[in-house]
Design a protein around this ligand. Structure first.
Ligand code: UD1
Length: 424
């Protein structure tokens, strides 16, 4: 297994380019299943473990793809199977994204139930409700979702989500893109990754109105076309890199971003005392002498993202005063707290709220995490901790960050990737 060995205490400085977004790549790749025509050419796809896992799933279904220099060429012409097995789905919950497109294209789909995850239960009831609204019949049997259109084409309908769900909105859009007639989705997720999926579906030939809002209307088509498409930047990677600069007292510029998609996070950095400026697609951040505590609440876009909550908590361990961090999306997403405390942080927890008492002097040790963003928070803490921090089980980080240690090292961090034997 790999670990990151971090020597803390260097100030990060420099300019770096943001990678393509993981969370938009996944539904966009899934949407290539909507047509047998090929090939698609997807640009700015990040080289990540999750992308490799998703490609394996599509290959299992019969797709063919090549991936080099951020360009994924994919052909789903030979896809015949509509069954996504447990062995592949269990590796990544986002595999559920194949449900909508397979069902819409083949009239049936079988997808293994994804199960829970490290930060609590992750239901899929809204995905299933959306498919049913479009005319599908769903049964759960032997650990699989079995969905069928009963020999008919899906038909457009009204889907009113009781809570905002990124994944269910994506699945609903993909299924509706091949349905007969128009589908209206209310309380749709408005995250930039869903906006990117909408633009992709529009390019494939399915008109959508309301893009970027919580009410979407999509006009289904009998067939869709393969296209070339440019993916959007990864706003969570960008936020993590800005936090790395801020926690080390540094100053960085990030290129190839879209600052308007990061308003809540940039606002929080400003409130913490950072000087944040934007220039076209670039964001610059300069740290203050003393970081100020800032309370954040993770909620659906455009509010502060839950995927930045753990990194923000690491930053707040260095702020002068107490900050409250609340997660309204995943109430149990606090695995990073005990590990941050092992590094010397003082964080208390009450139900879905963390109370961070800063500033605390952190000192390096071995830490381990159970999910992607928690790992990122430990890397951030390691950058400011005195001495050596070893972040174990880096495979979590590799799921969602493209060579992050190389990027951080280019900014002046001292991080080495080393192999280790977990059982020795
Ligand atoms: C996506 C992101 C993930 C991010 C999350 C919230 C991807 C691949 N993953 O996950 O990184 O943390 O959005 O921004 O894009 N819910 C239900 N029933 C459902 C589906 C969801 O109750 O059928 C609930 C969830 O438990 C959660 C909330 O809705 O409380 C939001 O989850 P959702 O937006 O669906 O997250 P994902 O799409 O799985």
């Amino acid at each position: 297994m790999d670990k990151l060995v971090i020597q803390g205490g260097t100030r990060l400085e420099g300019t770096i380019t943001a990678s393509g977004s993981k969370n938009s790549s996944l539904p966009i790749i899934a949407a290539t299943l909507l047509t047998g025509k090929s090939p698609f050419q997807l640009h700015r796809i990040p080289d990540l473990k999750d992308i490799a896992t998703f490609r394996s799933l599509l290959h299992h279904l019969g797709a063919e793809s090549t991936f080099a220099d951020g360009i994924l060429e994919i052909s789903t012409q030979k896809v015949q199977s509509a069954r996504a097995p447990y062995e592949l789905v269990k590796k990544m919950r986002a595999s559920i994204y194949v449900l909508g497109p397979l069902l819409a294209r083949f009239g049936h789909a079988e997808v293994s139930l994804p199960g829970g995850c490290a930060f609590g239960p992750r239901p899929i009831d809204l995905h299933l409700m959306a498919m049913e609204r479009l005319g599908a019949t769903i049964t759960i049997k032997t650990g699989f979702i079995e969905a069928t259109t009963n020999g008919k084409r899906l038909r457009g309908g009204q889907i009113d989500f009781p809570v905002s769900s990124v994944g269910a909105t994506g699945n609903a859009l993909m299924a509706a893109a091949l349905a007969e007639g128009t589908t209206t989705i209310t309380n749709a997720a408005a995250e930039p990754e869903i906006e990117a999926l909408c633009h992709f579906l529009v390019a494939m030939g399915s008109p959508i109105t309301g893009i970027g809002t919580t009410t979407l209307a999509i006009e289904g088509q009998p067939t869709l076309q393969p296209v070339a498409f440019n993916n959007v930047f990864d706003r969570i990677e960008a936020g993590t890199l800005l936090a790395a600069a801020a926690i080390t007292g540094g100053s960085i510029t990030l290129n190839d971003t879209e600052p308007e998609q990061m308003q809540a996070v940039l606002e929080a950095f400003s409130q913490a005392g950072c000087t944040v400026s934007t220039n076209g697609n670039s964001i610059s951040l300069e740290s203050p002498r003393t970081l100020q505590p800032v309370n954040i609440t993770a909620e659906p876009y455009p509010a502060f993202p839950t995927d930045m909550q753990a990194q923000w908590m690491a930053l707040m361990t260095q702020a002068k005063g107490t900050s409250l961090i609340t997660d309204h999306i995943y109430h149990e997403r606090f695995n990073h707290i005990p590990e941050l405390n092992r590094l010397g942080a003082h964080i208390d927890i009450t139900s879905n709220q963390a109370i961070v008492h800063g500033p605390q002097h952190l000192s390096g040790t071995k830490v381990m995490s159970t999910d992607l963003r928690a790992s990122a928070s430990l890397v951030l803490a390691g950058l400011v901790a005195e001495g050596t921090t070893e972040v174990l089980r880096v495979y979590h980080l590799d799921r969602g960050y493209e060579r992050i240690e190389e990027k951080l090292c280019r900014l002046g961090a001292r991080i080495e990737r080393q192999k280790y034997d977990e059982f020795s």
